[in-house]
Design a protein around this ligand. Structure first.
Ligand SMILES: Nc1nc2c(ncn2[C@@H]2O[C@H](COP(=O)(O)OP(=O)(O)OP(=O)(O)O)[C@@H](O)[C@H]2O)c(=O)[nH]1
Ligand SMILES: [Mg+2]
Length: 440
């Protein structure tokens, strides 16, 4: 059996770096290079790594005996100094002594294959590593703790009970109440639909709110991006048409991750580069979850403004009427017809916080920060398939033999089980772990 090794800490400089191994030879390999020879399982040992008669580093090392380890195999962790050379050199030595390089996510894959966690919990590990906000972190921590598995198990249990009822009906047609079975099917259906609803309500927690800043040239879009990110991210000048490309930055406002996209000013122009930029601006507005249209409040509305307001007619949006410090000349009534507005002077730092509050207020009613939901396309696809099977069963129950209803229930059961990684093909499992980092 192979023994795998990898550096688990990120590349770069840090106080400590961790190199770890999993597999039968882990302890034997450690003993070949570690000055301390008596190694008690689950105790930290201080010693030196010696290779080719040279001290490589002073380290702590720990041996975890199977099966109660991360991978359910024997494991060794070496805590060396966090210079990346030290980590790399120790890894190189482990590989020379018989370990093989771990693949991306292989430690977690072993935990799954050895039955310690299900596939959903494995995906949550990656979620925690990739989390960009506290809310996202807590959501995945709940999944890792088994909360979502529990919810799915409960649905699976209901499906199994119904399968038994179908079988009883096949053998003893006079037993059992079909209406009661139908009611149970409806309940399972409702439960599965709520998984999809929850998923929609957590997409902002995972992916962030995609917010496009659009408007005519020179109205202050890039100034807004800079004010929101608190840095000079985009070039700001008094020349109309300064921004040519879309610029993206992510911020977190009171738990809401916002992916800001500053865009080129939209106007009619014959200039080739500018026209390409404007195409991107319109696309950004189209793809965004939310649009902030910046208007120059110190001038009357122009034809381009109306075109932009029409463009976002059906989008979730707020108008930011900027440059208030120069005196308002804009017709507020016309803007109001298109939607909510906020008055600002980015120059004087007024209105920006108000804008964020207004966006949050509009979005947050959609998000439940405490819900434990399915969280990726793999889950959504499987739940949708299960729903379709349950819908077939509901249609069939009055008109078809119970054998047919049972087939749909078994299919639904299989799809839900696949979320947890049961009866799942190797190909799909490999795909899940492919995106993991090495060393986890
Ligand atoms: N008086 C005043 N000037 C502002 C305000 N906000 C931005 N400006 C100025 O307006 C000019 C244009 O600002 P930008 O942020 O570059 O405008 P933009 O919308 O990104 O322009 P393009 O990239 O050309 O589309 C700059 O000179 C800013 O300093 C404001 O609230 N008041
Ligand atoms: Mg700009």
């Amino acid at each position: 059996m192979r023994t795998i090794a990898a550096i688990s800490t990120p590349p770069g400089k840090g106080g400590i770096g961790i190199v770890r191994m999993s597999g039968e030879s882990s302890l034997e390999i450690l003993k070949k290079i570690f000055t301390k020879k008596e190694i008690r399982p689950r105790f930290m040992h201080y010693g030196k790594i010696i290779y080719e008669n040279r001290v490589v580093d002073e380290v702590m090392a720990c041996y975890f005996n199977k099966p109660r380890t991360y991978t359910c195999e024997d494991m060794v962790e070496i805590y060396c100094h966090g210079g990346y050379v030290s980590c790399l050199y120790i890894l190189e030595i482990l590989l020379k002594l018989g370990a093989v390089p771990a693949e991306a996510g292989e430690f977690t894959k072993l935990a799954f294959l050895n039955g310690r966690i299900d596939l959903l919990e494995a995906e949550a590990v990656e979620g925690i590593i990739e989390a960009e906000s506290k809310e996202e972190q807590l959501m995945y921590a709940d999944v890792l703790g088994g909360k979502l598995t529990e919810k799915l198990e409960s649905v699976l249990n209901d499906v199994v009970n119904l399968i038994s009822e179908c079988e009883a009906k096949i053998d003893y047609p006079e037993l059992g109440d079909v209406d009661d079975m139908k009611e149970k099917l409806e309940k399972i259906h409702g439960g599965l639909i709520s998984f999809l609803d929850d998923e929609k309500r957590t997409t902002y927690i995972r992916d962030g709110l995609k917010l496009a800043i659009i408007g005519r040239p020179n109205v202050g879009k890039s100034s807004l991006l800079n004010a929101l990110t608190n840095k000079e991210r985009a070039i700001v000048t008094e020349i109309a048409g300064t921004t040519r490309d879309t610029i993206e930055e992510t911020i977190n406002y009171e738990g809401l991750t916002i992916r800001l996209i500053d865009t080129a000013g939209i106007r009619s122009t014959d200039e080739v580069i500018e026209r390409e930029g404007i195409k991107l601006s319109k696309k950004a507005a189209e793809d965004a979850d939310f649009v902030v249209v910046v208007l120059d409040g110190s001038a009357p509305l122009q034809a381009d403004d109306f075109e932009i307001m029409e463009l976002v007619k059906d989008k979730e949006k707020i108008f930011l009427i900027n440059k208030e410090d120069k005196g308002l000349k804009i017709d507020l009534k016309s803007v109001e017809k298109y939607g909510e507005y906020i008055i600002s002077s980015i120059k004087n730092d007024s209105g920006v916080r108000e804008l964020l509050d207004a966006i949050k207020k509009r979005i947050v009613h959609d998000i439940d920060f405490n819900v434990t939901s399915i969280f990726n396309i793999r889950h959504v696809d499987l739940i949708e398939r299960a729903i379709s099977e349950i819908e077939t069963a509901i249609r069939d129950i009055d008109v078809m033999p119970f054998e047919i209803v049972e087939v749909s229930l078994r299919e639904a059961h299989e799809y839900i089980s696949m979320i947890l990684g049961r009866d799942t093909s190797e190909d799909i499992i490999d795909r899940v772990f492919r995106d993991f980092c090495v060393g986890k």
